[in-house]
Design a protein around this ligand. Sequence first.
Ligand SMILES: [Ca+2]
Ligand SMILES: [Ca+2]
Ligand SMILES: [Ca+2]
Length: 436
Amino acid sequence: MLNLRKIIRNNNVVFAPVLLVIVAFLLVSCGTPVDVSPTTVGPAPTLPEQSPTIPPTDQTTPPTQPATEPAQPSNTPILKADSLPDAGNYTWALVVNGLRAPLYLTHAGDDSGRVFILEKPGRIQIVQEDSLLAEPFLDIRGRINSQNSERGLLGLAFHPDYTENGFFYVNYTDLNGNTVVSRFQVTNDPNRADPDSESILLQFNQPYANHNGGMLAFGPDGYLYVGTGDGGSGGDPQGNAQNPNTLLGKILRLDVDSQSPYANPPDNAVGGLPEIWALGLRNPWRFSFDRTTGDLWIGDVGQNQWEEINMLPAGIAGGLNLGWDYYEGTHSFDGTPPDGVNFVVPVMEYAHGGGDCSVTGGYVYRGQVLDEWQGVYLFGDYCSGTVWGALPDASGSWQSEELFQVSVLLASFGEDQDGELYLVDLNGAVYKLAEK
Ligand SMILES: [Ca+2]
Ligand SMILES: [Ca+2]
Ligand SMILES: [Ca+2]
């Protein structure tokens, strides 16, 4: 960890101007002003009982397992480790440095070994064999307003059939600060996308500069999931997250294959706009699908007090309500929930304090190299650089422990095609989880 801190410190010097921008990002994403006082709700919250909430803490008891476990046949993949690994044996090893405000990392599923890194101002960079290629994959800086801390090129997902069709999807804020979700296509050069291939799927207005969501990911059902923030300001003053007639404060689900530019899966089932798959989100900055189970893990950034992680089991029906802004985490926030609404309760939450202020949703480790990490969900806090690991205990409740304290601005985690995990530092570097 000493080495890591040293690297970061050097990096901060190089990227001092970027760092200033980042501080602004931090303040805004923590949801400062406007409606800061959660109003009291009269009746007790109508939360389902089956999902206890487990605040991550150093004191969390390690998950207990049944005393005797059947031996696993050697050809059966390990679904979950028995306990969290000793983080002292692992480190986040520097992969590449010198990026400009990187926000995300993913892969194309094309067996090329490349990872693609999103830069906030509007470029996608390629790292191949731990080297940053000289030219970007895509440069659309001229179409993007990234001046505000939460604006920019925010999301990237490659089509599941990318090797056949060369399609990939991006989410950005345009020159007016409004959200655009577009499809682009690669050229004959696998390291170069065609900037003129843009085909816009969705455009919608952003009433405030912050809370623009931005995450894109294809689910195991082949649909494109789109995270949108509640529009911004603080305390969702327009009531967007609970309003089924706006795309703000939602997770959208689009069928990009059966119709152009997209069709709405008939079972999205929220009862408002047909793109909406789940509502009641504040700013689901990062979410991921467990590639083995298909479960969806969502980190929804909180207001002033509570950060939350939600887990939606694979195959769950659409129309879910994740609670905001009736609830921040499991705590009443604004207004009285109507009778008969079942809210999804976070599987984990943690309070602000000790530098924690904005959750960065992560991944369940499904890589090939680090056996001890199989099935561990890693997530972190953007502001403090804390990284937690979580596993279910014997009763199925997810228990987390603080595993790493990294001196980075933890914008995102990322996954390569092999399932190895990365950490993206907004200051300009990318690290990979590795054995010491
Ligand atoms: Ca906004
Ligand atoms: Ca409100
Ligand atoms: Ca929630």
